[in-house]
Design a protein around this ligand. Sequence first.
Ligand code: ZN
Length: 315
Amino acid sequence: MEILKLNPVFKDYIWGGTKLRDDYGFKSSLEKLAEGWMLSCHKDGENAVLNGEFKNKTLSLVVKENPEFLGENGKKYEYFPILIKLIDAKNDLSVQVHPDNEYAMRVEKEYGKTECWYILDCDEDAELIYGFNRNLSSDEFRKAIEENTFMDAVNKVKVKKGDLFFIEAGTLHAIGKGILLAEIQQNSNTTYRVYDYGRLGADGKPRELHTEKAVDVTVCTPPTRDTNPEGELITGNGYSEQLLTKCDLFNVKKISVTNEYSDVADEKSFVSVLITDGNGTIDDTEIKKGDSLFIPANYGEFKICGNIEGIITRV
Ligand code: ZN
């Protein structure tokens, strides 16, 4: 069994910047690199494998032919459960909300979307929108969208590097300008746009809003979680690690390696390793900032050596 290195897929949405090229060294013919899809089996942008016996196959095909790679937890899902992205917001993203599984399966025939954001870098004054600053009724929410006053009711939060936002399905949210983050989310591309700052899309027209669906699914209350990682920082010999968040959909931790770190891909889940800084090795494979690795379930112990910052995700 081997570790698969994945080829990211880029999206040039209008709000994107160039940090994924300038800071991460990704190569792409797109001018703006708004999003890099780092672990993706989604039809809108599938990763291919860059190395080894599965080279040039899509990850979706590899896991279809080798379902045991998903592990016991991963196999419970109808299709590949998560999607991991790097997002570079040079400008504000639209204010949006995602449905939960029940609504999304019924209306959109795909999973809903709970997601989490880990802030990798940000401007000093960067902020984002996270839920409401008070309780609203659905009618008040609809009225505020129609009358263009709902920005008065949103909860604006200043961000700093290392913050963790858990965005449960139904939570109103928007990434603000000057923020670079890693997003771990359910494998879904269903987004209901509520407000787009009056901007025009690439075709010169305003992008579509989805007010009725947004009103259906939005939980109009302030968020209940803070923005700290859930776990304590654990320092070992040559590494530190910290649980960022865990829920029944995914478990995400951050590692910081100065010498050597080892972990195990057991029978329960595949393991995603996203390298957010530095360089080194993972077993026999060389790794550097921006690399994304898929480790099959039951692979066993793997060792990360060198100077590495990374995010490790399981389902
Ligand atoms: Zn979102």
